[in-house]
Design a binder for this molecule. Structure first.
Ligand code: THU
Length: 160
């Protein structure tokens, strides 16, 4: 029997410890929550990406009475960024979430489907994404989707 242990390194920052580019991205993700359409969950998620040309694109979750028709903030943001700037790699992605009680204390973890789209985006651009998860008590930085989606399934598993 062999054992495989997979570890994830997460850097935890306070807002003031971030550089100005990351502060701006967190601010953009927080402000994007105000544009969320989430009448059903009342869980407003905002995301912001910085592209390789330094453009910042934001998005928020958009829900639908037919629940599965809605989409998470992260995928909306990534797909919009990729659709508008198909030649620009995604360098950093910031996520924040807001409820009726304010921003979450703990960092918002992206759902599995969004993690899979982050993986595809990294592979598409051959560029690791720095992922910033905002919490009022601390901000997680994960360098690359592998930290959030170990043992992932991607194109390389199909030899395509
Ligand atoms: N949601 C996101 O936008 N991102 C996440 O990472 C988790 C969940 C949205 C989907 C839905 O509109 C609401 O939050 C509740 O699940």
């Amino acid at each position: 029997m062999e054992k495989l242990t997979i570890t994830t390194v997460i850097h935890i920052y306070q807002y003031n410890e971030l550089d100005s580019a990351d502060k701006k991205l967190i601010d953009a993700a927080k402000s994007a929550t105000t544009r969320s359409y989430s009448p059903y969950s009342k869980f407003a998620v905002g995301a912001a990406v910085r592209l390789s040309n330094n453009t910042v694109v934001t998005g928020s979750n958009q829900e639908n009475a037919a629940y599965p028709s809605g989409l998470c903030a992260e995928r909306i943001t990534l797909f919009y960024a990729n659709a508008q700037y198909p030649d620009q790699a995604v360098m950093t992605l910031a996520i924040a979430a807001h409820t009726k009680d304010g921003f979450l204390d703990n960092p918002i973890p992206p759902c599995g489907a969004c993690r899979q789209v982050m993986l595809e985006t990294e592979q598409r651009y051959h560029q690791q994404i720095r992922i910033l998860l905002y919490g009022e008590k601390g901000i997680y930085l994960i360098n690359g989707i592998n930290g959030l989606l170990p043992l992932s399934f991607g194109a390389s598993n199909m030899n395509v």
